[in-house]
Design a protein around this ligand. Structure first.
Ligand code: MN
Length: 199
């Protein structure tokens, strides 16, 4: 199948001042788009042209895996954001987070610290383990937790292209800003979808 660039769920300037229009123009319009174009070109004459994106991520290696995972990771990242800085982690899902991490503030610090300490480029994830517990993990480059049977709930892109125009080398400032934009309703929905299957 031919893959398309997913649309952003908000306007390009909607995340300002935390993430600028200029960053989103490049991040979505150039980087994300390039991963889509490159994967379509690479798989055109291979068996992968008949696979969906999740399957390619699970079975492919090398460059094809890298482009497929980068497409999926970016869509998941953008879809998890919402404008406004009034997105509080609350209610039933906040209780789930407390049960797994002790407190919301411990979880926040762990997530941000994991993003800051990831060496080089990659992604920091909140994942749901098969036993129902949650974990914060780092993945380098295009790494994706579905590859190892974990269910992704939340991701932050810590490649420099995600923040360098706005924050230069201050990755922690970017992660603190990212935190203000997380759409917790979407994250909770993802969690409920995974846990509903197990019931
Ligand atoms: Mn990116």
């Amino acid at each position: 199948m031919k893959f398309d660039l997913s649309e952003l769920p908000f306007d390009l300037n909607a995340l300002e001042p935390y993430i600028s229009k200029k960053t989103l123009e490049l991040h979505h319009g150039k980087h994300h788009q390039a991963y889509v174009s490159n994967l379509n070109n690479l798989i055109a004459r291979t068996k992968y042209k008949d696979f969906n994106l999740e399957t390619i991520i699970r079975v492919a290696d090398g460059t094809i895996f890298n482009y497929a995972a980068q497409i999926w990771n970016h869509t998941f990242y953008f879809d998890g954001l919402v404008p406004g800085n009034n997105n509080k982690l609350k209610g039933a899902f906040a209780e789930v987070i407390k049960n797994n991490f002790g407190s919301v503030s411990f979880f926040k610090n762990l997530f941000i610290r994991s993003g800051v300490s990831l060496f080089g480029v990659g992604w920091v994830w909140l994942v749901l383990n098969p036993d129902g517990s949650m974990e914060v993990i780092q993945k380098s480059n295009a790494g994706n937790p579905m590859r190892v049977g974990l269910n992704p709930l939340l991701v932050c892109d810590v490649w420099e292209h995600a923040y360098y125009l706005d924050y230069q080398n201050r990755r922690q400032d970017y992660l603190e800003a990212f935190w203000k934009l997380i759409n917790w309703e979407i994250i909770e929905k993802r969690y409920n979808e995974f846990t509903a299957i197990e019931d």
